[in-house]
Design a binder for this molecule. Structure first.
Ligand code: GLP
Length: 241
């Protein structure tokens, strides 16, 4: 695990460098995208590079990490919509190149299996970007998640629902109780991972991830087993290391 500490701007550029290097070497790379505030600087830096003609996503494909269950398509908080608003509509992906788990499916288990099959058919994920929850979750793999898990339905913890209520007009009751998420095993199958964390609220989770014993109680500790992880932190998120 390589840990890099810098300003939010430096983190954004450093993360964008990883994507640019991959896309230069392999324009048809398969990317793993995350929602949340953590990757936004990287996404903004990448959009600027696309506008400058320095990098292109035209041949790339992407899979998102997770999705709420039951939000109608087009709901402003559905991760399908959020990733479009925050990133994919600002770069040059081809139509249909970005997929996410289907939280509106009648058969959620079948949707999860289909999602795993789609990732496998694409050849697996070359570079996965991750944030981290204050409780150490990655994707929506909450504490207690099996470290070998694949895409499946999960129940959100009260803590995560409180953390995410800010996106739902501060109404915790509006936050869905269930989600679909790539499993920890799915995430670990990516060939390269970059995790971004900023702010004091992430400091404990970051310290556990990097220095704690590998345990399902802190799901991000599973990343210690991955051979190619870059962790981008600001000073506050790094303050308990
Ligand atoms: C959310 C998402 C995660 C995200 C995390 C942190 O619940 N499911 O994918 O990484 O929580 O979010 P943020 O970056 O906004 O702090």
């Amino acid at each position: 695990m390589e840990i890099i500490i810098g300003s939010e701007e430096a983190i954004g550029e450093r993360g964008a460098d990883l994507f640019s290097a991959l896309l230069t070497a392999r324009p048809d790379a398969v990317l793993g995208l995350a929602t949340g505030s953590s990757p936004l600087r990287i996404y903004d830096a990448l959009a600027a590079r696309v506008r400058a003609g320095e990098v292109s996503f035209a041949q790339a494909r992407a899979f998102t990490l997770d999705e709420y269950v039951g939000l109608p398509a087009g709901h402003p908080c559905s991760y399908r919509r959020v990733i479009e608003d925050d990133f994919t509509s600002h770069v040059d992906f081809a139509p249909g190149a970005v997929q996410g788990p289907d939280g509106t499916a009648a058969d959620l288990a079948a949707a999860c299996a289909a999602y795993e099959a789609a990732i496998a058919a694409a050849g697996g994920i070359d570079l996965q970007i991750l944030g981290i929850g204050t409780d150490g979750h990655i994707g929506f793999n909450e504490p207690g998640s099996s470290l070998g898990s694949r895409t499946r339905v999960k129940t959100l913890t009260a803590q995560t629902r409180r953390d995410n209520a800010r996106f739902f007009g501060d109404d915790v009751d509006a936050v869905p109780r269930h989600c679909l998420t790539q499993g920890i095993g799915t995430i670990l199958s990516a060939r390269q991972i970059v995790l971004v964390a900023t702010g004091q609220a992430k400091a404990e989770a970051v310290a556990q991830m990097a220095e704690g014993p590998v345990s399902a109680l802190w799901p991000a500790t599973a990343l210690q087993h991955h051979p190619r992880v870059t962790v981008l932190l600001d000073e506050a998120a790094a303050s308990r290391l």
